[in-house]
Design a protein around this ligand. Sequence first.
Ligand code: ADP
Ligand code: ZN
Ligand code: ZN
Length: 734
Amino acid sequence: MPPPTCLRVALPVPLPRLFDYLPPAGTGAGPGDVGRRVRVPFGPRELVGGGAAPGEPEPGVEPRPALGFPDPEPLFSGELLDSLRWLARYTHAPLGEVLATALPAPLRNGEPLPDTHAWAWHLTKAGATGLGGLRRGGRPRALAERLAAGPCGEDQLDLELEDWREAARALARRGYAERVAVPARAAAPAPRPGPEPNPEQQEAIAAITTARGFTPLLLEGVTGSGKTEVYLHAIAQCLARGRQALVLVPEIGLTPQTLERFRARLGVPVHALHSGLADGERARVWTAAWRGEARVIVGTRSAGFTPLPEAGLIVVDEEHDGSYKQQDGIRYPARDLALARGKALDGPVLLGSATPSLETLHNARAGRYRHLRLRRRAGEARPPAVRIVDVRKRPLQAGLAPETLQMMEAALRDGGQVLVFKNRRGYAPVLLCHDCGWSAHCPRCSTQVQATPMTVHAGGGRLVCHHCGHRQPRPQACPACASLALQPQGVGTERLEELLAERFSAWPVLRIDRGTTARRDGLQKLLAELGDAPGILVGTQILAKGHDLPNLTRVVVVGVDEGLFSSDFRGGEKLAQLLVQVAGRAGRARKPGEVWWQTHHPDHPLLHALISGGYDSFATAELELRRAAAFPPFAHLALMRAEAARAEAAGAFLRAARQRLEQAAQAGGHAVELHGPVTAPMARRAGHYRMQLLLSATQRRALHACLDAALPALYALPEARRTRWSLDVDPQDL
Ligand code: ADP
Ligand code: ZN
Ligand code: ZN
């Protein structure tokens, strides 16, 4: 049989098909090209795609020759390629777009694989003798002294010394220090032993390390129960077997603290992958993993695409966290990708959480996942006591009840720290004219019923839309009646900070939200400033997880009610998770903790379930509601969204889509229900009208079969050209 004449290529274009090319001049097409990057001409452009399969051109089509292969061998093969094909089927996205999403930007653009050795600094002879001449207390002197103790990797310097790079350049100019390439595996400190695991931890560690074949495990344990210790032991054993480990952490969980703990304990270099890294650095880590040099990779959502030629374990920490779901482009769920990879790898996948998602809990209770539990806090910490504060008819100051303020003062006098949690950034959620009732709204956004209010920021000086980012200066006078009686209404974190600083002027008040922690190390610096001294932290959910604050003894949740009546079907789940996670911040060390929930609805069943039976009993009740209402995990949803500058265009596309989907469901006998099209809850965002169509099915297979059958026709609809549309399988909110 003659060899196949062309290569079918998956390209990063929004078309559900492969494209045929002749092999680059001087090569042939073969099975070895599957998963290989290939540069091809596409119209007037040049694209980088991935070989999908060797094949024959369709009759009458004259394929163009590909331009070349950037690599001698496939970047995608074996398990990773299988998993990405799974992801393409799951998201119904073109394979070429999935392959592109899996690559760091430089590799996606066709750049060659980067060098992956690590860099270290060492002192030269001249440096060793000249060190004493450097100014005492200066950064170059501090660095030189550190290097006098031995060469040091750049990763390690990042952790040990502030602004060391500039100091290193100064030393290099004098010929005192040199930068040298070292093998990635070499640069790591000797492992440091941790605490002896308690019996529950031992049981969990044994279950993970003795698992054979694909084994999903749920490790459920409250904050501070020692889950990370379990991960560390399981990873250490995985390394001892000569295997790689991948750890996914939520966006806000990947702190220098976390990385330092992993590095110090494991005694191998730990590679971090997150959105704060430069593109080149991400490509370097990705490639180091592909070459098998990186043995432990800790990263956020996109690290789920890391190649693991010698995989031994995948961990998903805080598996319920919303940041695992990509919300634009290809809407992939990193946790489910991790599970799919574990299946393709035939290995263990460990999901950890204090508040597992209802999907995961349902799977564990049904016996599909092994359910491991840590019921007690490790070490000496005790669980915090929860207290409901009924604020009905109470005079509030800065949104806080008198007894809450008293409690805070007592805790501060006692030398403790208090966290006040409020899930609203900015100064005030609304700017209102007291004379005529006018309020500031975003000119470009609205819900189904009204334009959305602009949030007051910068101490009252600026208006910002939290939906589209639109900003404008605060008007001096009311645009409707020219009155000067414009008043910020309600309380955001900025105003809370201001009011608390006034009320508790003897103590520092620190605001922690996206505004004050825009820089990656911003939070770290703020917390270091405060140290263990008594003081108040005011923050949004950034504070819910990941930072050890041993002296934090009281937590106050101000805005419980905002979450109680959410229209989103996951609203209750998200609120319960948040309340439990925030509570977990209190009393991490020896000092006992207390958590105060302020609410106008002290009898709400959600709060009662949480207090009387903890997250477990909340979850049991909530799962019953979901079953009764046929919502996930008892049904499977997909949301088709469309937006356009003209409202009619979005609706027209979705009506046509609905018709095709109905036909497909009927023809194939797939039991799928269609709801809509309806206006999206955010009916207009950044000036675009938004509509949506919901698909629901009790069998996941039916949902996918129906989409598979109908989607190709949807791409071809004339209405599709007049709107921007997307598909979200298992949407986080509707
Ligand atoms: P989690 O990840 O569940 O929040 P960690 O693993 O971070 O919990 O543990 C919380 C704290 O308890 C850490 O300071 C850790 O060092 C300590 N710890 C964990 N396990 C033990 C143990 N078996 N004995 C003593 N201290 C422990
Ligand atoms: Zn007015
Ligand atoms: Zn807006």
